[in-house]
Design a binder for this molecule. Structure first.
Ligand code: ATP
Length: 324
């Protein structure tokens, strides 16, 4: 699927009206096709507070959308025996139910009671997979958002669908910057990051999020909660300024379990610091790491160095738009 990048020049979502639906009724479709950027996220702060009985964990942290993105196209047609089709530019990803975008469309249809439509999804994958950047979650969120536009569905319903898919999907649906609590589904919007260049590097094998949580069990304890809480509060106040103002407050509980076993991520962190990053951290359960730079030249130098040792490297900007 080739998508013209010019379609995405605007920071806000682009809707492509290919033709009005002719079907009437409660859910008459306003658009036939919608193409959206699906932004990656980074975690500026991530702590685990407790394990839950349902197998999930209670977390506390700050997530931020960045301009690194996949492109997701969603179009609808008449029902012809299979309701959802996924075509993805990355052949290693599943095209059926295993794809989070597929599950998003299926759950959306179930939750809204829509029948009589097929949903065709195209994904142009740019975000590294199993990298701690919420690549799958953001594709799922883009599908929900696109179907929301197509069928004019209210926000609450969209968030209900998002929460059923995975803990990062609700944030990806919201975008911008937010404090994330609960399993990641309790979101409080925050003022977004100030201007900076975000160099993201990914090298070596991906990390399975459930496995990383398994390893992290036992390394967190309630005693540290207040100290962490204060740091998180400081970070949310300083985040609109220069990264050097808040670099000491960045935190990711997964660093202590993932970095010792992942030479690639540790190496990238070291290089980013040597290149003058004002702040460096691993994102999510890793192994992607990011460095925040105040100017483009040093960000470009860091990108070259990371690429030079075989890392997939991107320069992104904070994506501040609240999407919903
Ligand atoms: P998070 O930061 O939310 O924990 P991640 O960035 O570490 O996520 P993903 O890239 O979302 O990890 O991939 C996690 C798993 O989801 C992989 O096993 C992958 O095969 C599967 N997956 C399903 N659909 C997608 C998709 N559309 N894009 C990426 N991965 C997907």
């Amino acid at each position: 699927m080739a998508i013209e990048s010019s379609v995405f020049e605007k920071e806000v979502c682009s809707l492509m009206e290919v033709g009005k639906s002719e079907s009437g009724g409660r859910h008459a479709a306003a658009y036939r096709q919608v193409i959206l950027p699906a932004y990656a996220k980074i975690n500026l702060f991530l702590d685990i507070l407790s394990a839950r009985d349902d197998g999930y964990h209670n977390i506390d942290g700050i997530m931020h959308a960045v301009t690194l993105c996949d492109y997701v196209s969603v179009s609808i047609g008449g029902f012809d025996g299979q309701q959802v089709f996924v075509e993805c530019s990355d052949p290693s990803l599943p095209s059926g139910k295993g794809n989070l975008a597929y599950r998003a469309a299926e759950l959306f249809m179930e939750q809204t009671g829509l029948t009589g439509y097929s949903v065709n999804i195209g994904i142009e994958k740019n975000i590294p997979v199993s990298a701690g950047l919420a690549g799958g979650s953001t594709d799922a969120a883009a599908v929900i958002r696109a179907l929301g536009y197509i069928f004019d569905i209210d926000k609450n319903t969209l968030f209900k669908v998002a929460e059923k898919i995975g803990s990062d999907v609700a944030f990806c649906l919201m975008g911008g910057c937010a404090r994330a609590e609960g399993t990641g589904n309790v979101l409080t919007p925050l003022s977004p990051m100030g201007k900076c260049f975000i160099v993201i590097g990914f090298k070596g094998k991906g990390v399975s999020t459930p496995e990383a949580y398994g390893k992290a069990d036992g390394i967190y304890h309630p005693g540290r909660k207040e100290e962490r809480h204060a740091e998180l509060g400081r970070l949310s106040e300083l985040i609109t300024g220069s990264p050097s103002d808040y670099s000491g407050s960045l935190f990711n509980v997964f660093e202590s379990v993932v970095l010792p076993e992942h030479d690639g991520a540790s190496e990238l962190k070291k290089i980013l610091s040597e290149c003058g990053a004002e702040a460096v951290l691993m994102s999510g359960s890793g192994p992607s790491v990011f460095g925040l730079f105040g100017n483009r030249d040093s960000a470009e130098t860091a990108k070259r160095k990371l690429s030079g040792i075989g890392a997939r490297t991107f320069i992104a900007r904070p994506e501040r738009t609240s999407l919903i």
